[in-house]
Structures are given as C-alpha cells and as structure tokens.
Design a protein around this ligand. Structure first.
Ligand SMILES: [Zn+2]
Ligand SMILES: [Zn+2]
Length: 400
C-alpha cells in the first residue's frame, strides 16, 4: 500500500466512525422528516430540523438561502476544492415520502458533517445545500440562478430506490399548462355562434397521439384535461390541459416541445379558438453521467458492503425518471447514485416505498449513503488527479 493509500484508509475509517457517532441524530432526522411530509416549497419543518442539527454541530448555517424560504446552505473548510452535498426533503402530495427524500436529507446531512469533520485537515471545503422542491419545482435550478454553485468543483447526492445503482437513467422534462379560449353559446339554440374550446383541446390531443409514432423511443408526451366545460348544453368557452414533455436530452426536449406546440396550435386553429402556453420554468435537464466520478462512489459504497450495479447490464433493473440534479450536473461534475432501501419490485412513488423509506432499510441507507458520499468527498480532497480526471471527463461531456 502506498503512503497515499494508507492516509486515505485512515481518513475514511475516521469518516465512517464520525457517521456512526452521529447515527442516532441522523436517524432521528430521517424519521422526523418522514413523519412530517411537506410538499414542494412548504418544507419548513424539514428546513428547521436540518439547519438546527448543522448549527448544533458547529457549522456556519444560512437559513432560507439563495432566495428560497425552505432552502439552506451550510459550510465548513476555508480552502481547497469546494464540494456540494445536496439534501432533498420534499414529499409527494397525498402519499408522503414515497420518493424517500427523508433518506436523501439525512444521508446528505451525515455526509456533509462527516466531511466537515476532516475538511481543515485535508484542505477541502464542503457546502451542504438544502435544495427544496425537487418534485416539480426545480429548486436546484432556482438556487443555481441565485449563485448557489459559485466556486463549486463537484456536487453529490444519493437517492433511495429498489436497487443499488451507479446512477439514474434520466429524461429531460418540461411541464406546460395550456389554456384555450373560445366563445360560449347555447349548444342547441345557436351552435353557429359558438367557438368550442373543448373541440380545440380534443383535436390537439389527437394530433399529439399521431405525433407519438414519429418520436424517438425514449421520448414521452403525456397530457390530461383539467377543465373541459361546465354543461353539455353550453359550448365551452374555456378549457385547460396539462402536458408533460420528456426527451433523453435537453436539446431533444427543445425540438419536441416545438412539435407538441404545433400539434396543439393546429387543434386550436381548426376550432377557431385562442391558445396560450404556460411552460413551467425551470425545465429539468438530463444527468451528465461521469464514469470517473461514479467509479469513486462505487469504490466507497463497497466499503459499506454495497455493490452499485450498472443499469442496462443483464438482469439489472433501471430507474428512469427526471430530476433537477440533472440541471446541476450540466454545470458542475455531479453524481446521483441510487441506494437500495426496498426489494427491486417496489417502485418509488408508491405507498409501499413510503414504508421502506421510513423503516430499517431506509435507516441502513442513511448511514451507508452518508459514509459512501463522505468518503467520496475525501477522495476529491486527497487526490488531485482524481478530481482532474473528473473535471476533464466533464469538460468532454459538456463540450458543444
Ligand atoms: Zn420523486
Ligand atoms: Zn426523488
């Protein structure tokens, strides 16, 4: 073993011991957030619980950071590579922590605190970012817009799932609310005076159905009708639909978005109705996967007895979704590994997953995830060549 490896082993053993020292607090935080589910941008309880622990442990904490009431930032270290750990803590409407963000928050908290414990010694800086509103709000992009990633060299988080994976397969996504305007008229007495906003919406829906035959295999377009009129004998003057558009890349998303708009406009034109698009910003970008960065995490996950698999390999299930960590990964080198808290047949966003995220399997993921992330941060601080490899791969992947 070289001197460098001996130092790394010693540091990592102390990081893991620090997570063990914090274990009771981390699991209490995980259970507390799990028991108090809060939807996007309403995560006041989680914000207060997390920032209190950070402050109790002696970190400099900024509450309601970067323009978001439920966002926060905590720092340790004064020089060297700056690594951000992202904590998510929003729940889903109706079913609570079905995405297990309580595990993300507690694992990120533990990773950040354990890294802070050795930051001065290793010449590194850590930034623990509380990033609210992941389930549709794009909190990370909003915080980035306000400067949250300035000077950051790399970013990490870990997300619970039914399997340990190197990363998540992602689609870029943007959501849109579409409002149609026509003219109301009596549907029997004076239909010729009406302009039917429901017809406009239905024709657009059918156009999108035809479009689906000519898009790429992993592109997705799905819509629902939110308002379709009030009475069958009144020609609907106003209707509203909601659409999600997804593509493997943000460039592909921009193209598909235009094609979907054209389909919907044609429906409105056919029915002589007005149409207004309200695209929700920010859109979510795809994750920029970095083999060199994923490798570091995988090695450290091995230290706690986990073997993150490569999705796409034989027999390995993949998790396909969208995350605002994708936006982060476009700007700084990032990882978004998945950590198992349930059997593979239990999908996230289900009631079954809620139980696992708050149970013993979720607890194990909190502690293992904290250790693996913190040891990965230590690698970035200890090994300038590893950070350089990651930075180079990132530059290649994001070169246009
Ligand atoms: Zn989710
Ligand atoms: Zn999630």
């Amino acid at each position: 073993m070289t001197d460098t490896e001996t130092v790394a082993q010693d540091v990592k053993a102390r990081i893991e011991a620090e997570v063990d020292r914090l274990a009771d607090v981390l699991l209490e935080v995980s259970h507390d957030i799990h028991a108090h589910p809060e939807v996007l941008f309403e995560e006041r309880h989680a914000h207060d619980v997390l920032t209190q622990v950070l402050e109790d442990e002696g970190l400099a904490v900024e509450r309601s950071a970067y323009g978001l009431e439920t966002g926060f930032a905590a720092r340790a270290g004064t020089e060297g590579p700056l690594v951000a750990v992202c904590c998510e803590y929003d729940a889903l409407p109706g079913i609570g922590h079905a995405c297990g963000h309580n595990v993300i928050a507690a694992a990120g908290l533990g990773a950040g605190l354990a890294a802070a414990h050795v930051a001065a010694e290793l010449g590194g800086q850590v930034l623990i970012l509380g990033t609210p509103g992941e389930e549709g709000g794009g909190g990370k992009q909003l915080m980035m817009d306000a400067g949250a990633l300035e000077g950051v060299d790399a970013a990490l988080m870990v997300h619970p799932a039914g399997v340990d994976l190197r990363t998540m397969d992602t689609l870029a996504i943007q959501r849109c609310t579409v409002t149609y305007s026509g003219h109301a008229a009596h549907a029997s007495a004076a239909p010729e005076k009406g302009r039917n906003a429901l017809d406009a919406m239905v024709l657009g829906y059918v156009n999108v159905a035809a479009l689906r035959q000519h898009i790429t295999p992993f592109e997705r377009v799905h819509g629902i009708f939110l308002e379709g009129g009030h009475a069958a004998n009144i020609v609907p003057a106003r209707t509203v639909a909601q659409w999600y558009v997804r593509s493997p890349s943000r460039d592909g998303l921009a193209v598909l978005r235009d094609r979907v708009e054209a389909c919907l406009r044609a429906g409105a034109e056919a029915a002589a109705c007005g149409i207004a698009f309200d695209w929700y910003d920010p859109a979510y970008d795809e994750l920029v996967g970095l083999e060199s960065f994923d490798d570091l995490y995988v090695a450290n996950a091995g230290r706690v007895g986990r073997t993150p698999l490569r999705s796409g390999d034989e027999g390995v299930p993949s998790v396909l979704g969208s995350t605002d960590m994708g936006n982060v990964s476009q700007v700084v080198p990032s990882i978004h590994p998945m950590i198992a808290v349930s059997p593979p047949d239990i999908a996230i966003h289900t009631e079954d997953f809620v139980r696992f995220a708050g149970g013993p399997e979720g607890d194990a993921a909190v502690l293992d995830g904290a250790k693996a992330l913190a040891c990965t941060i230590a690698d970035l601080w200890l090994d300038p060549e590893a950070l350089a490899r990651i930075t180079n791969e990132f530059a290649q992947r994001t070169a246009t």
